[in-house]
Design a binder for this molecule. Sequence first.
Ligand code: ADP
Ligand code: ASP
Ligand code: MG
Length: 421
Amino acid sequence: MKFGGTSVQDADALSRVLRIVATRAAATPCIVVLSATAGTTDALLRIARERNVDAVARLRERHHDIVQTLVPTTEAHTAVDALCDELATFVRGMHLLGETTDRSVDEVASFGERLSTTIVAHACAVAGVHTAWLDVRRVMRTNARHLAAEVDMDSVRTLANDVLRPVLDAHRVVVTQGFIGSTAEGVTTTLGRGGSDYSAAILGAALHADVIEIWTDVSGVYSTDPRLAPTARPIPRMGFDEVRDLALYGAKVLHPDTIAPAVASGIPVHVRNTFAPEEHGTVITAEHPTDAPLHAATLVRRCTLASWRGNPAHHIRNAILHWSYHDGAACVVHTPTDDDVLDLQVALTDVNGTTSAVSIIAVCGPAAGSTQALSSITDAIRHHDVRAMVSGVTATTCFVVCMQDDAEATLRSIHDRIVGA
Ligand code: ADP
Ligand code: ASP
Ligand code: MG
């Protein structure tokens, strides 16, 4: 069971988490993987960048406030203080050195998850749930690529069985950290932003869990980002492939790597709402449901459509989509910064290229390439300025390249077709 940042953001949310965990633990032992409280990782990254010892005080205060409402025990307050002292000492060291390395950023970032899990483990124990706190760095073995470390799945499988399994056998609940890991030498690493989903999937896969539950602040994977379209609604069942595409092309609800360990071990992933646990959520499995050809649409903003005539522009890299025609070619590149756009324009100078600011809409579903799916997308984009539609790259996704200014409106038109609004 993985609970994200908003699910652990304050004492009220945490008391919901406690109820959900306690109910589950009464039926079956479980591993609880937590994110840092909402906003804490951002704050820690800022602290690391600025080597700002003073800012640790605000984090300390915030976590004490949560403890005060949730588990006002001396032990819990002391545990929070011990972690914040360690953090402050570390940041002071960085300040003295006058240097921020990726390695020290990872060390600082790790305190968010260490704080949230410490508080929840205390709260579970006080609530009478037989709980152990585990430092996941004893299990989550990674390489030393700081900020986005790669997990060594074989080592994790061995360590999960040697270290985590006995703790789980001896308790009903093991509370541990998402997002963080460690090299074989014991140096702290992180798995990249949003990495707690991935952590949960890895641990679930390593221990052959019955199900990997991702508890968040919406009732499952929605047909589009609920902030973009009021008609968005949760999809009850989805196949692994379409969810992977959806996460890859911007649906922030799941970390894109999350699905891989679950697929490899055939474990269903169930996305559920901490604030509405009675709702069904989304069950993601290997088999594709056949209820509809299309399920969801997502938006990749800040892309550039480049096209040129004549010789191919070999030096263009990282294109999301790329196609050629009789006397020219075109591609769409993700260009999140103005510098990325400039780089691309420079790459195009020898080939008389042109660029325009576009967004990509990825339309995903079990049969995204079917004529039924394509004709409903074509119908939906009739009144929009669409530059290209690319199908067949993956079986579960069709791409629509639309003008940046019209992207949200185009997305809503496509989305309305999907949900029949
Ligand atoms: P957590 O902190 O639980 O990991 P995230 O903020 O990472 O949660 O992800 C959940 C958020 O993802 C939702 O609040 C929602 O705004 C956003 N989101 C984007 N696309 C989708 C989608 N297709 N379905 C559901 N949520 C989505
Ligand atoms: N706390 C980390 C982040 O904010 C990991 C996560 O929440 O999944 O990126
Ligand atoms: Mg997340």
